[in-house]
Design a binder for this molecule. Structure first.
Ligand code: NAD
Ligand code: PRE
Length: 305
């Protein structure tokens, strides 16, 4: 047992906070885990399944005496939660978040952080399409990256302690600046989600138009799209609204490439298609060879809200 924090407050009790609760329990990393969620139903479910040591009604109450506060709500709600908890934070406490976008969360949260409290934004690169208090599991972060976004003023000791927590929860930790984070994630996560949402929408429209069985007989690749497109609508609405610039930049590039491939198909330019697919295949093989294919196993959990 390696206790890293005495009292951890989890604000928002969904997939990520729930998985953190399970992972902290697995490693004995927190003296006490206090949780809160906006909805009474979520708090009741969390209470029923014993997700935390204590469930309280408000975020203000949850952070009292906590040496770590984790904001695990949709990115669009981070600012209002930070404002609510600010007067109740203990001096010397660390506030972190797990939001999928970093620049906008920093802009929304930082102004509320009092003097003497450390704010170290974070983002575990691990998730599923499920959400809610029942969806979390201890293994979610095993062998996955967690990116931390300290600034020049971040106290080394506070960063070390948060790094230790994530490592003890199974993750590899890297440090990145917010702007770079948002661009990288636009490529690796945000644009792919939008493409999946679009592809499933197109198939659904087609089914209505032709009355064919597009979805019933969908092949494996499309099934993967439907998994991704089942992700939480509120979370993803907020991701696109807050990572607007980087996502639009990547979608612009994506559209250009798509047009080039479309043209190659129309003109019968097999060489272009073959070269393109050879290049992308090499990327996948490179990832496997470098041992970086750390996709988490599907534990088949279903989520409720
Ligand atoms: N799901 C993923 O794959 C994933 C991965 C990494 C990071 N994240 C990020 O983690 C955060 C939480 O995501 P999750 O998947 O755990 O979500 P979730 O939907 O499972 O849980 C979100 C929690 O926040 C609460 N909440 C929602 N709106 C709120 C508001 N306005 N004020 C207070 N509480 C509110 C909900 O009641 C719920 O308890 C998000 O910022 C998301 O971007 C998600
Ligand atoms: O596996 C999934 O379901 C995910 O989409 C997880 C995923 C990702 O894109 O990799 C989604 C959003 C996050 O911010 C981090 C991880």
């Amino acid at each position: 047992m390696a206790r890293v924090y005495e009292r951890v407050a989890l604000i928002g009790l969904g997939l990520i906070a729930g998985s953190m609760a399970h992972a902290m329990r697995r490693g004995g990393l927190a003296g006490e885990i206090v949780g809160t969620a906006r909805s009474e139903e979520t708090r009741r479910v969390a209470e029923d399944i014993g997700l935390c040591d204590r469930i309280v009604a408000t975020a203000a109450e949850a952070v009292e005496g906590a040496d770590l506060v984790v904001l695990a709500v949709p990115v669009g709600a981070m600012g209002e939660v930070a404002e609510e908890i600010a007067p109740h934070l203990s001096p010397g406490a660390t506030v972190t978040d797990v939001g999928s976008v970093k620049k906008s969360v920093i802009e929304a949260v930082s102004p509320h952080i009092p003097e003497g409290v450390h704010f170290i934004p974070g983002h575990p690169l691990a998730g599923t399409e499920h959400s809610g208090p029942r969806s979390g599991f201890a293994e979610l972060f095993d062998n996955r990256w967690c990116l931390l976004v300290p600034d020049e003023g971040t106290e080394a000791g506070a960063l070390e302690r948060l790094t230790e927590l994530w490592e003890e929860m199974g993750a590899h930790v890297d440090v990145m600046d917010a702007e770079h984070h948002d661009l990288v994630l636009a490529v690796t996560s945000h644009a792919p989600h939008l493409i999946a949402y679009t592809m499933v929408g197109v198939a659904d429209d087609l089914r209505r138009v032709t009355d064919s069985e597009v979805i019933k007989y969908s092949a494996a690749g499309f099934r993967d799209f439907t998994r991704i497109a089942a992700s939480d609508p509120t979370m993803w609405r907020d991701v696109f609204l807050t990572n607007k610039e980087a996502t639009l930049e990547i979608l612009g590039r994506f559209t250009e490439e798509l047009f080039a491939l479309q043209r190659a198909i129309r003109t019968g330019d097999g060489q272009h298609l073959h070269d393109y697919f050879t290049r992308t295949r090499a990327i996948r093989r490179g990832i496997i060879e470098a041992g970086q294919d750390t996709a988490a196993p599907d534990f088949g959990r279903s989520g409720t809200r």
